[in-house]
Ligand binder design. Structure first.
Ligand SMILES: [Zn+2]
Length: 298
């Protein structure tokens, strides 16, 4: 299974609740525990501005590239602006395009990064600058590789940017399962939003996700699923209020791949959030997702 990754995915945040060194740590753990070999990792190139402009406004891209975000625009990102950040998100968007292509060839592929679902066409917020997988979907649609796509967003936070980007577009079905009483506010409607109460644990989460996936896949058949595999529904997450265990999160991953496999739909994985009190826990959850993904690759 191909793993898309670059050392330049690090968002250069210094000490921050978003541990952007996690991408490198996931890669190192996968190698150390023999879940991947060095040759499995494919280096992406920067997404083109034309690709990114399939989703984002040119004016916003220009501001990012020239360091001209307003004070409020920069503040809303909730991460420090830097040229390295800009390079990282362009690269990671290229990575999600590549992961989408590999998934179509091999059934499953992983971008060891991305999942920036809070980014809107005209602004970034909540640690998300560019909506990498929305760009990937638009790119693959434009070159007629796929007609229809689905996003299955299991990050603890609702996928507001994705919902806004694809709202009213009948070629993309957006499913988000998240903690209702948490950022973002407001939550523009996804095709299917599963709003969970605070403190929901493994059993109820898996039941709700099963029902949601069954419903979504009964009414919509995509050529590709982007699975937004956030690690933050974990019970010891600092920015989440759900109570999933390692085992529950692994069952969640397996459920998504099984439902997709049953309909012969390729899955591209992006990592999204993860803010566990212990960084090792976040790395473990992401690594588990990659291990489960690999079981479903050809
Ligand atoms: Zn999140």
């Amino acid at each position: 299974m191909k793993l898309v990754y670059s050392d330049h995915y690090d968002l250069n945040l210094g000490t921050h609740v978003f541990p952007s060194q996690k991408y490198r740590l996931v890669k190192e753990k996968l190698l150390r525990e023999r879940m991947a070999e060095p040759g499995d990792f494919i280096e992406p190139s920067l997404a083109s501005d034309d690709d990114i402009a399939l989703v984002h406004h040119r004016e916003y891209l220009r501001k990012l590239q020239t360091g001209k975000l307003s004070y409020l625009e920069a503040l809303r990102l909730e991460i420090p602006y830097s040229p390295e950040l800009v390079r990282a998100v362009w690269l990671c968007t290229g990575g999600s395009i590549l992961a989408g292509r590999f998934a179509l060839e091999d059934r499953v592929a992983v971008n060891v990064g991305g999942g920036f679902h809070h980014a809107y066409p005209d602004h970034g917020e909540g640690f998300c600058v560019l909506n990498d997988f929305a760009v990937a979907i638009r790119h693959l649609q434009k070159d007629k590789t796929i007609d229809r796509a689905m996003t299955v967003d299991c990050d603890v936070h609702q996928g507001n940017g994705t919902a806004a980007i694809f709202g009213g577009d009948h070629t993309v079905f957006t499913l988000s399962i998240h903690q209702e009483n948490n950022y973002p506010y407001p939550k523009p409607p996804s095709s299917l939003d599963i709003n969970l109460r605070d403190g929901v644990g493994d059993e109820e989460y898996l039941k709700e996700l099963t029902q949601g996936l069954d419903r979504a896949l009964a009414e919509f058949s995509p050529g590709l699923i982007f699975y937004v595999a956030g690690a933050d529904p974990y019970r010891d997450d600092q920015l989440g209020g759900l109570k999933l265990s390692f085992e529950g999160l692994e069952k969640r991953d397996r459920l998504v791949f099984e439902k997709a496999r049953a309909k012969n739909i390729p899955v591209a994985v992006v990592l999204a959030g993860g803010y566990a009190r212990r960084l090792d826990d976040t790395i473990q959850i992401h690594t588990n997702t990659v291990r489960v993904a690999k079981e479903f690759a050809k």
